[in-house]
Design a protein around this ligand. Structure first.
Ligand code: S3P
Length: 178
């Protein structure tokens, strides 16, 4: 299996900030699947959705996943919220960590950030909050199934989440089945 650490979870759970802090702590580089797509396409995600439709974006996510599975190792991979839902085998990329939060927890986090409007505007699937909540609920089981490790991040600081992740990543002591 690949040695990447793959962060999955709904929009706004904090995959970006957690990945950047983990990167400094573990001295590993970070790749963000959305950033790779933006750089391939030279346009923003919301423009890709608007001009080409969601299916085109999901095809790009699958392309990025295949490329990463073939070429990327020892890296932290932050994924878009729909990545583990639409790509065939996210586990092929490495250890998958699901950052889990409730819709209220996500909204609280976004609203207490320094630019909540910008955070919502760049995400086409977050335009309508009722629909976003239903989307999160429809994905819960799939996130859990895609994950090797689930971390409940609700109400926790970045430092608390990082501590839980590093604990969960520790190798099991010799002689145990865990
Ligand atoms: C999406 C999440 C976004 C981005 C795109 C679609 C989704 O990434 O990939 O807008 O389907 O949940 P973030 O989770 O980084 O916002």
């Amino acid at each position: 299996m690949k040695n990447n650490i793959v962060l999955i979870g709904f929009m706004g759970v904090g995959k970006g900030s957690i990945s950047r802090t983990l990167s400094k702590m573990l001295d590993m580089l970070v790749l963000d699947t959305d950033d790779v797509i933006v750089s391939m396409e030279k346009r923003e995600i919301k423009t890709i959705f608007k001009k080409e439709g969601e299916g085109y974006f999901r095809d790009l996510e699958n392309k990025v996943c295949r490329w990463m599975a073939a070429n990327i190792d020892h890296t932290i991979i932050a994924t878009g919220g729909g990545f583990p839902i639409y790509v065939d085998d996210v586990k092929a990329l490495g250890r998958v960590i699901y950052l889990k939060n409730s819709f209220k927890g996500i909204m609280d986090r976004i609203e207490s950030s320094h630019n909540p409007k910008k955070k919502l505007k760049k995400r086409p699937l977050f335009k309508d909050q009722k629909k976003a909540k239903a989307l999160l609920e429809s994905r819960l089981e799939k996130y859990a199934a895609a994950a090797d490790i689930t971390i409940d991040v609700e109400g926790k600081t970045v430092a608390e989440v990082i501590a839980e992740i590093t604990e969960a990543l520790k190798p099991a002591p010799v002689g145990t089945d865990a």
